[in-house]
Ligand binder design. Structure first.
Ligand code: PHB
Length: 385
């Protein structure tokens, strides 16, 4: 039986010290130019006790900016900023992958280069979903996602090259690997969704190979840069976040992707079962999604790499129960990692967990609620001394 504190060898010589993952979480603490900084290095370093840290999502290009103050991985200054982060995590014995995305239609002209329209699989807008952007006076707040411009076929091929450059940047910045964000209604998910992707070129239409071609081309670029054992992919089965239409072909698509990733020897598949129904990140309630064990079992049978399960875990017992199903290999704890930099040690010893204040989750540029959570100390009953 696998214990939460057993190590795990991913491919590519990556050895994780335990089965605990810190999943990607946007925290809006970057410096000007969407550049990571020393504050972020401290934050990630404090959390290096996780078996695997997956960074907050990074933009592959300026056209992917769907959320103000999130980091990028396309400029030299960003590479230098990420280097601070990876050096600190490695100094403390941790492992860190970077999550990378293109938001596609989940953007706003105020964040786009020259105020252009967001990039879309089609011209269909995400009606009813918000992004964190600037209003007409330049003030930050939640705005309706813009109306996208449908990408031309040759632009998609060029975007694959843009991802390849970002992976080279990530390696230069010292990341141990990369995770592609193929969940939650962002660009890869937009392509994979058979209801939304009504394109008729080689990236669309009814055939699963075509709907998943963009993702798989980017996976191949990541594998070329890092090797398969240092590449992961995140999916959110049957999610409808960001105004995604319910997709009757979702299971077929995801199992096809799982099989293709398996053939390529990709390190892990990260499955998120907790979604925000709609609205924006600061006010939405998180909903524990129905976990379909039959689907997980089919993924397990299709994909030989490691599987990460993310979604509302708060205790060692819950995590161990999930491992005991034999369907997954790593458990991701999101919100508990905000207030508990030493979460792994707290779970190991049965120490109480501190609660973080949600109003500080996305504080711009602030230390408060970010790096000021202490490690647990036996002298204080609540770990807050
Ligand atoms: C998401 O995965 O839904 C997500 C990621 C990053 C954000 C916001 C939402 O900044």
């Amino acid at each position: 039986m696998t214990d939460l504190f057993d190590p795990l060898a991913l491919g590519g010589g990556v050895l994780l010290r335990n089965r605990i993952a810190m999943p990607p979480m946007t925290r809006t603490r970057t410096s000007e130019g969407d550049v990571p900084n020393a504050l972020m290095a401290t934050y990630y370093g404090q959390r290096a006790g996780a078996g695997l840290i997956i960074s907050e999502v990074a933009d592959v290009a300026p056209s992917s900016n769907g959320y103000a103050m999130t980091p990028g991985i396309y400029s030299d200054a960003q590479v230098e900023g990420w280097r601070l982060v990876t050096d600190e995590v490695h100094r403390r014995g941790g492992t860190i992958f970077m999550q990378i995305w293109h938001v596609g239609r989940m953007a706003h002209p105020s964040l786009m280069p020259n105020g252009e329209a967001p990039w879309g699989v089609t011209g269909e807008r995400a009606e009813g979903s918000d992004v964190f952007a600037h209003d007409a006076n330049g003030e930050l707040g939640y705005m309706r996602a813009g109306t996208p411009r449908r990408l031309a076929t040759d632009e998609i091929a060029r975007l694959v090259d843009t991802f390849a450059q970002a992976f080279a940047n990530a390696r230069r910045a010292g990341l141990d690997g990369v995770e592609l964000h193929a969940a939650n209604g962002y660009l890869f998910d937009q392509f994979m969704n058979s209801m939304l992707n009504t394109r008729t070129d080689r990236y669309g239409g009814g055939r699963v190979e075509d709907r998943t071609r963009f993702l798989m081309d980017v996976v191949d670029a990541a594998v070329r840069e890092f090797g398969p054992g240092r590449v992961g992919v995140r999916i959110a089965p049957f999610g409808v976040f960001n105004s995604m239409p319910a997709d009757p072909l979702a299971e077929e698509t995801l199992l096809y992707v799982a099989g293709q990733l398996g053939r390529r020897g990709v390190a892990y598949l990260h499955i998120v079962y907790e979604l925000m129904p709609t609205g924006n990140m600061e006010t939405a309630t998180f909903e524990k999604h129905h976990v379909d064990h039959d689907f997980l079992a089919k993924v397990r049978a299709t994909f030989p790499g490691a599987i990460i399960w993310c979604g509302g875990f708060t205790s060692r017992t819950e995590a161990q129960d999930a491992l005991d199903t034999g369907l997954v290999d790593l458990i991701a704890f999101g919100r508990p990692y905000i207030g508990n930099p030493d979460l792994a040690e707290r779970l190991r010893h049965g120490w109480p967990l501190a609660e973080a204040d949600r109003s500080t989750y996305y504080t711009r540029r602030g230390e408060a609620g970010y790096i000021d959570f202490p490690e647990y100390s036996e002298e204080s009953s609540d770990g807050s001394s």
